[in-house]
Design a protein around this ligand. Structure first.
Ligand code: FAD
Ligand code: SIN
Length: 485
């Protein structure tokens, strides 16, 4: 049996692609755990969109400024120009965004946006509402606990995927089109905001197959993440809070961010994260997010989930301030694609969402452009594949289907070490020597007798370090500390 499509991932990119593929097609969606265990489900702030035609050039400009002008301009134009139609299509299909008192779409603001243009749902549960909607629309087969461990690539054709269905059993699915929508790399870092399912394995497979990754040094750190728990995955305090009046203070109540950038809390995300990191290093003072400017009922209504979560953690918002720190959040870099969402050099392999590098985000993603990217580029991938109507002949695939050991006993310790290495050496402020040491250590781990999933994770970590070493000057989220003479 040959599927028309195999989609790896059930986040916004994968599920929106599935929504747009007709029911008559045979589609298989694979995801690592439950469908909702993905970054999309946890997204809070919202979806950026051009508000109307006149806002398109402004949205483009904001995206380029935040991205340090390193973005692919054509990709940014595609993103913004398609935003209106793609969002309208979702609303027409039944997705409900929050409305203002006049019953119109309510737009909020986040850092580095020059106007309010972010749609949100259930206040601060935008990702959850989008995910529930897309799941309810899904008319195709979803297999859970299916962990892809290889792409069946021969020459420039992808014949499908190989995946674990348990610790030891593997399956193969052949497909005319394969869509990678497997998200970013969060679990490679010690402290992050991401779902546990997001570990950069498919990026690792691409490296192995000689496919190009792009901009892997461009990793984004969210400035306002709750500091008070010991788990790797940290609770996020949405940028929309700062967009609507929350501000960052030191333990003495001083708003130090204006010492770093004239826009203070609303400067681009890389600037805010780096300033918090630097101020804390220099002064040793604790950093907090303050909600003083909010009235209690208004806060509860606008941010119901953050209110409830922090209530459970013992904070009475908006009256109490919350200790924060930056943490890994988002990968601008990924599998290099063209403007048609196709993986470079491949005929029938697409990459969309956070796994891909379309070049849209440049050196630093503008807040809330990621859900939009998933929505817009999933449509581009589906439209392109329907037009191409590429067919594989599975008899032509002559390579061996390998049996990989999923995990080995030594993997856990190495995994923990790698997460620490990446957090300490390839995070907010970097220097060449530390990056090189971390890279040498990763290369040693790759020589060990380790499991398949760790190997893939290590290949991706290696690509981040190599790309960071290769970029000698700071740009956007990639900040290299000058050597002291
Ligand atoms: P994901 O939603 O991460 O889905 C990845 C899927 O791939 C999962 O189903 C996973 O199981 C599957 N997968 C991974 N590896 C494998 C494998 N080996 N085999 C099989 N399946 C695999 N962006 C915004 O625009 N606005 C926001 O407000 C916002 N808030 C955020 C808040 C948080 C806490 C986080 C973490 C991110 C936020 N982002 C936001 C970023 C945004 O949510 C993500 O970039 C986006 O949802 C990624 O969507 P995706 O479909 O590419 O991947
Ligand atoms: C947030 O709500 O702060 C996250 C927004 C984003 O990552 O785009």
């Amino acid at each position: 049996m040959v599927y028309d499509y195999v989609i790896i991932g059930s986040g916004v990119a994968g599920l929106n692609a599935a929504r747009l593929i007709p029911k008559s097609k045979k589609v298989l969606i694979l995801c690592k755990k439950e469908p909702w265990e993905c970054n999309t489900f946890y997204a809070q702030g919202g979806v950026a969109t051009a508000v109307d035609d006149s806002d398109i050039p402004v949205h483009i400009k904001d995206t380029l400024v935040a991205g340090a002008q390193y973005n692919d301009k054509q990709a940014v134009e595609l993103l913004s120009k398609n935003s209106l139609a793609c969002i309208k299509d979702l609303i027409n299909d039944g997705l409900q965004f929050d409305l203002n008192a006049k019953g119109e779409l309510a737009f909020t603001k986040e850092a580095a946006h020059s106007r309010s243009r972010i749609l949100h749902a259930d206040g601060d549960a935008t990702g959850r509402m989008i995910h529930l909607f897309l799941l309810s629309e899904c008319k195709h087969e979803i297999v859970t606990n299916a962990v892809v461990n290889d792409l069946l690539i021969q020459d420039d054709i992808c014949y499908g995927v190989q995946y674990y269905i348990s610790e030891t059993e593997q399956k193969v699915a052949y497909a005319h089109n394969t869509i990678i929508a497997s998200g970013g790399v969060g679990s490679i870092y010690k402290y992050h905001t991401n779902s546990v399912t997001v570990a950069g394995e498919i990026q690792g497979i691409c490296i192995e197959k000689g496919l190009k990754l792009k901009d892997m040094e461009m990793m984004q750190f969210h400035p306002t993440v709750f500091k008070g728990t010991s788990f790797a995955r940290k609770a996020l305090l949405s940028e929309a809070l700062r967009g609507e009046g929350a501000y960052v203070v030191d333990e003495n109540g001083y708003r130090f961010l204006f010492d770093y950038h004239e826009d203070g809390e609303l400067a681009p995300r890389d600037v805010v994260s780096r300033s918090i990191f630097d101020y804390n290093q220099k002064t040793g003072l604790g950093i907090f997010l303050s909600f003083e400017s909010f009235e209690k009922n208004a806060f509860r209504k606008r941010f119901p989930n953050i209110y409830a979560n922090f209530n459970d953690l013992g904070y009475d918002l908006p009256f109490e301030r919350v200790p924060i720190s930056p943490a890994f959040h988002y990968a601008m870099g990924g599998i290099q694609t063209g403007l048609d969402a196709k993986v470079l050099g491949m005929k029938n392999l697409y990459a969309i969402g956070e796994a891909a590098c379309t070049g849209v985000h440049g050196a630093n993603r503008l807040a809330s452009n990621s859900l939009l990217e998933g929505i817009v580029f999933s449509k581009i991938a589906v439209d392109d594949s329907m037009k191409q109507d590429f067919k594989i002949d599975k008899q032509n695939y002559k390579k061996e289907i390998k049996t990989y050991t999923r995990n080995k006993e030594i993997d856990k310790n190495i995994k923990d070490r790698v997460r620490k290495l990446m957090w300490e050496n390839a995070a907010i402020v970097r220097d060449k020597e530390s990056l090189q040491k971390a890279l040498d250590e990763i290369k040693e781990f790759l020589k060990e007798d380790i499991g398949r999933l760790l190997t893939l994770r290590l290949l991706t970590a290696q690509s981040i370090l190599t790309a960071a070493i290769g970029r000698e000057k700071s740009l956007g989220a990639h900040f290299i500390k000058e050597k002291q003479c």
